[in-house]
Each structure stands twice: as structure tokens, then as C-alpha cells.
Design a protein around this ligand. Structure first.
Ligand code: PHE
Length: 444
């Protein structure tokens, strides 16, 4: 099923911006700082870094190899290599659908906050404001629609002219904004306590909860386990160095997560707020920080532009996973796939959004609809990653993967030994252990 006209990235730099754009998102700016705040600061950061080095890199390279080798998006890529294993790809497409359904709800919140800052600011009771906004039955759904429409528009424009172009502009802009805001935050009087909390790993605070949270966060933050990187990798030309790319993309993602912590936690400490505030950290605590800061509204606007860029470059990758599946498998045209899928995901987002308000009493296994979607992705991403490791290690075979990485021996592969051990043994075992622990079967 060779597709001669398959789109390609304009350059390897374009691919890196797109893949890093997928990785850098709400996971870095919203989740990472609050998870670090909740899970002991430095110790969480330490465990997170370790998992990125060992498992993040391994799975990133694994996905890139599958995509580039087959030149097909996730489902068809697995199918081409081994028919019986295409279910991993199918699972990934469904996961992409689920993740974007709730991701764009939060993307809508970000748009609303940006709009409010431009229109004059957030009321000073930020907590009451946040709760009343997300529980409103109309306004968050309106903003979700705008966010989804923006996502759909970029994906509709295609690989080079849409995704690559958008990421090549938004990623560098995001980086500059983040540096400006981090410098502002760490130079606030009293920021030192936050920096110390963030950088000093107190190993006595290490719990299994920290490890489980960090592992889940690595998968989410690096966009692993659902075939995003397989799909993006399928638009890569044969000359590109996958080993290098698999180091650069997690590096950028991790740098942004760390910087996000610097942009947020020192400011939170400087003004005497609670770092463990959880999901409200970005929407409740941070606006209070901006409120107290000189020229805070300017920083509010800059900050939410930055978050919006990060969220969009991720949401387009999620939509692309499902769109590419429809193109490769069902021969749909891009336009049709984009319109149908983004509409469906928006519709699923409606009950998710309502579950913050009038539908909060509708629960699935004790969780509201929004949290159930998040929970499903928390399981599906590591599961997808685990199956991918088994697939490469034991079904496709390391040798074929290595041949693709080295282009039949023409490119060096310095970490070959490390990667082989990681993908065959360490990564799958680590994910299984964490799963068993989370299920309460194995007590660590
Ligand atoms: N990595 C994105 C983030 O950190 C989210 C994402 C997950 C995107 C899975 C694609 C696939 O926000």
C-alpha cells in the first residue's frame, strides 16, 4: 500500500518544531508545575527527569522508527508490519480521539482567560471566577468550539502548509515568552523559597505515588503511546537522523516543563500562595499572582498567549492522528476527515464540559465525565507504549528497527545497545510494575 504522494515535512527542523510542538502543551505548562507542587517539588522533578532519559527517549525513538519505516500513520503502520498487531494502532486512534475531546475543553478555558485579560482582567476573587466560568453551561462550550475550529483549520491546511508552518512560528514565540516570564518570576522578591522547593530533591519525600504520577506525566507530556509520533514520523524523509531527533524532542519538551516550573512556582511562593493547589494552579493561583505584580495584566496576556500556542501545537497533532487514519485506511479526503472528526470530538467535549457544572452528578465509576476521559487516557497511553515496546522487541524485531534507524548501516546509532535493552526489558517491565502498583496488586 505504498502511497507515492504522501506529504512530507519541508525540513527536519520543521519536523522537530512539529514534534516538539506536539509534546509541549498543557501537559508542560498546566500539569507539570502543579504535579511538581503536589508531589514534593524537587523529588518529583528528579524522578521525572530519570524517566524521560530512560523511557521517554526509548519510546519516542520506537514510534519514530515505526512511522518513518512504513510511511503510514499508526494503525496502518502496525498493520503493514504485522496484521495481528494493528489493534495497537486502533487503540491509539481511539485514544487520540478521547484526549482531544477533553484537551480542547481546557484549550477553551485558556482562550477565555486570554480574552478576559485582553478585555480588562480577571475578577480578583479568581477562585470564584474560575468555578463559575467552568460550571457555566454555555460559555466554556463556546470557547471549546473556537479552540476546536482553530485546530481544525490548521490541520485542514495540511502537513507543510498547516502544521509545520504553524509550529515553526508558534514554538519559537512560545519559547521567548516563556523566558521573559520566567525571568520576571525568579526576580520577584521572595522567589528564592520557590526555587529551592523546586530544585532540591528531598528523597525522603519519594513515594510510589510520585513515581506513578511522574510516569504518567512522561507519556502525556511527550505525546507517547497513541501513535502521534508514528504519524508525524511517517512524513519524514529517509535521510533524517532519528536517533538525534529522539533526543532533541524530549530535550525541548523537558526544558519547557522545567522553565514552566520556574515561571510559576517562584511567583507562587513570592506571594505566599500554596504550591500544591492542583489543577487550579494555573487558573486560580496564577491570576492572583498577576493581580499583585506590577504590570500583571501584561504578563497575564503574554502568559495565556504562550499557553494557547502550546495547546494548539498539541491539539493539531492529536487531530492529525485521527485524520491520517481516515486518509490512510478509509481513503477519506483531508477536508472531510477534518470536518467530521473535529465536529465529533467537539460534541464529546460538550458533556465533558457540562460535567464541571450542571452534569457534575453524572458519574462513571465514581468520576465525572471529564475526569473519566482523563483517567482513560492515563491508562491508555502507558498501555500503548508498553505494547509498542513488545511489538518492536519481539514481533518486528530489533534488527529491522536498527536497519531503519541506521538506513541500512549508513548512519551511526550510538545508543543502540542502550536502546535495545531499554525497549526489550526495562521500559516494558517498568510500565508493568507501575500498572500493577496502581491497581494495588503489587505493593511497592
Ligand atoms: N503532549 C501534550 C501536552 O503535553 C499532550 C498530548 C498528549 C499531545 C498525547 C498528543 C498526544 O500537552
Amino acid at each position: 500500500m505504498e502511497n507515492k504522494k504522501r506529504a512530507q515535512w519541508g525540513s527536519n527542523f520543521g519536523f522537530i518544531m512539529a514534534a516538539a510542538g506536539s509534546a509541549v502543551g498543557l501537559g508542560n505548562l498546566w500539569k507539570f508545575p502543579y504535579l511538581a507542587g503536589k508531589n514534593g517539588g524537587g523529588v518529583f522533578v528528579f524522578v521525572y527527569l530519570l524517566i524521560v532519559l530512560l523511557i521517554g527517549f526509548t519510546i519516542m525513538l520506537g514510534e519514530m522508527v515505526i512511522g518513518r519505516s512504513t510511511q503510514l500513520s499508526s494503525y496502518n503502520a502496525y498493520q503493514k508490519i504485522s496484521k495481528n498487531w494493528s489493534f495497537i494502532g486502533a487503540m491509539g486512534v481511539i485514544t487520540g480521539f478521547i484526549v482531544l475531546s477533553f484537551y480542547s475543553v481546557v484549550g477553551g478555558w485558556v482562550l477565555n482567560y486570554l480574552y478576559q485579560y485582553i478585555a480588562g482582567g480577571i475578577p480578583s476573587d479568581t477562585s470564584a471566577y474560575f468555578v463559575s466560568f467552568i460550571s457555566n453551561p454555555i460559555s466554556p462550550i463556546f470557547w471549546n468550539m473556537v479552540f476546536m475550529a482553530a485546530t481544525a483549520y490548521i490541520v485542514f491546511k495540511g502537513i507543510g502548509g498547516g502544521i509545520e508552518k504553524a509550529c515553526k512560528f508558534m514554538m519559537p514565540a512560545l519559547f521567548v515568552l516563556l523566558i521573559v516570564i520566567s525571568i520576571r518570576a525568579i526576580t520577584l522578591p521572595g522567589a528564592g523559597a520557590g526555587i529551592a522547593f523546586y530544585l532540591t530533591p528531598d528523597l525522603s519525600k519519594l513515594t510510589t505515588g510520585t513515581i506513578v504520577a511522574a510516569l504518567g506525566q512522561v507519556f502525556f507530556s511527550l505525546s507517547l503511546g497513541l501513535g502521534c509520533i508514528i504519524t508525524y514520523g511517517s512524513y519524514l524523509g529517509k535521510g533524517e537522523n532519528l536517533e538525534k531527533n529522539s533526543i532533541i524532542v524530549p530535550f525541548i519538551d523537558t526544558l519547557v516543563a522545567l522553565l514552566a516550573g520556574f515561571a510559576i512556582l517562584p511567583a507562587v511562593f513570592a506571594f505566599g500562595f500554596e504550591p500544591g493547589a492542583g489543577p487550579g494552579l494555573m487558573f486560580i493561583t496564577l491570576p492572583q499572582v498577576f493581580d499583585k505584580m506590577p504590570l500583571g495584566w501584561v504578563f497575564g496576556i503574554l502568559f495565556f498567549i504562550l499557553v494557547l500556542f502550546a495547546a494548539l501545537t498539541s491539539s493539531i497533532s492529536l487531530l492529525e492522528v485521527t485524520v491520517a487514519y481516515m486518509q490512510d485506511q478509509h481513503k477519506w479526503r483531508r477536508t472531510k476527515a477534518v470536518i467530521v472528526l473535529s465536529t465529533l470530538m467537539f460534541l464529546v467535549g460538550i458533556p465533558a464540559s457540562l460535567s464541571m457544572g450542571i452534569w457534575s452528578n453524572v458519574t462513571i465509576f465514581g468520576k465525572n465525565i471529564f475526569d473519566s476521559l482523563v483517567f482513560a487516557s492515563d491508562i491508555l497511553l502507558p498501555l500503548g507504549g508498553l505494547l509498542m515496546c513488545i511489538f518492536i522487541g519481539y514481533v518486528w524485531g530489533i534488527d529491522k528497527a536498527v536497519a531503519e534507524i541506521t538506513i541500512g548501516g549508513k548512519l551511526p546509532f550510538r545508543l543502540k545497545g542502550f536502546w535495545t535493552v531499554m525497549i526489550k526489558y526495562v521500559a516494558p517491565i517498568a510500565v508493568i510494575v507501575v500498572f500493577l502498583n496502581a491497581l494495588g496488586i503489587l505493593k511497592l
